[in-house]
Write a protein that binds this ligand. Structure first.
Ligand code: MG
Ligand code: MG
Ligand code: MG
Length: 306
């Protein structure tokens, strides 16, 4: 029997790594031999959550060639290695549907909810499989991370309901405190190079023939980047040229003030200003902006689709 690899996106975040683990376990419970893998090493935040529940990081792979792969937290070819020699056998995701096509029918679970982990819990329920305490804890961590403690506009009532169930299953009494612990680690940027900060949670998108790069870091307060702002701008400028992006932006989200500063380099700055309805050269702070998938990407697609 072949082993199905369960894998999230490149530059994996907590959701991608924990969903690989929980979905591999779910498949195993369904009689399918499966193994969690990742397209990169965990961030400090993810490592903290894995350590908390005593789980080791999934093996890092670089290629999907000749493998059977179950995707979690993405269906976007720009966030995956070449899939042409792979068999994609399933997807659980909460992003816009990417350019993926398959030659066989597959199981595809998608909901516009705040986290893949929320959908995964529903798939467990669908199969009447009880989630382990560890998987529940990992999933709760992913929901808190992806929804920014339910503050992100991606958050739905379903995420909050499932988080409650998961807190009960994992025995975590103080969900808020767990979320704040995650926030504190998310925001520790000291001693990390500007390039690593840009690449920590970086994704590229194809928009009408234009390549758009977008990284995001989340901090407890914007003042935390005061010492590295100039260096971040320099890194963004350089990466935009090297990666041949029309626009490359680093979104620095203030978790407490609930908005983001945009550090960007663009060949089409007017379009970007239109996308955010603001002169970003004069004022790079966008109040209320927290979500790449629900705010930034749709905003940009609106101007670039024209
Ligand atoms: Mg993700
Ligand atoms: Mg996610
Ligand atoms: Mg994210």
């Amino acid at each position: 029997m072949t082993t199905t690899l369960v894998c999230g996106h490149l530059n994996p975040d907590t959701d991608s790594i924990t969903a690989a683990f929980t979905v591999a376990e779910l498949l195993y419970q369904r009689g399918i031999k499966a193994k969690p893998v990742a397209l990169g090493t965990p961030t400090p935040e993810t490592q903290f959550i894995l350590d908390k529940f005593g789980v080791s990081a999934p093996e890092v792979i670089e290629s999907f060639d000749d493998q059977e792969v179950f995707l979690v937290d993405t269906s976007d070819l720009t966030q995956l290695p070449d899939t042409s020699k792979a068999t994609i056998c399933g997807v659980i995701d909460h992003h816009k549907v990417g350019a993926l096509t398959t030659s066989n029918p597959i199981e595809y679970w998608a909901q516009p909810w705040g986290c893949t982990a929320t959908i995964v819990k529903h798939v467990y329920d669908f199969y009447n499989i009880k989630m382990t305490k560890i998987s529940a804890g990992l999933s709760l961590g992913a929901i808190l991370s992806d929804t920014l403690l339910f503050k992100s506009p991606t958050t739905t009532a379903v995420d909050e309901q499932v988080a409650e169930d998961l807190a009960r299953l994992s025995g975590i009494d103080d969900v808020y405190e767990f979320g704040m612990e995650i926030f504190r680690i998310k925001s520790s940027i000291e001693g990390i190079s500007a390039n690593d900060l840009l690449m920590r949670d970086y994704k590229e998108f194809e928009m009408n023939g234009k390549k758009i790069g977008c990284g995001q870091i989340e901090v407890m307060e914007l003042a935390m980047i005061d010492n590295v702002r100039a260096e971040l701008q320099e890194t963004v400028n350089q990466a935009q040229k090297e990666r041949k992006c029309d626009t490359l932006l680093l979104v620095v989200t203030d978790l407490m003030k609930e908005g983001s500063e945009l550090i960007l380099a663009s060949n089409t700055p007017d379009e970007i200003n239109t996308a955010f309805a603001q002169n970003l050269q004069a004022d790079p702070w966008v109040s209320g902006l927290m979500s790449r998938k629900k705010q930034i990407v749709p905003n940009l697609e609106k101007v670039f689709a024209k």
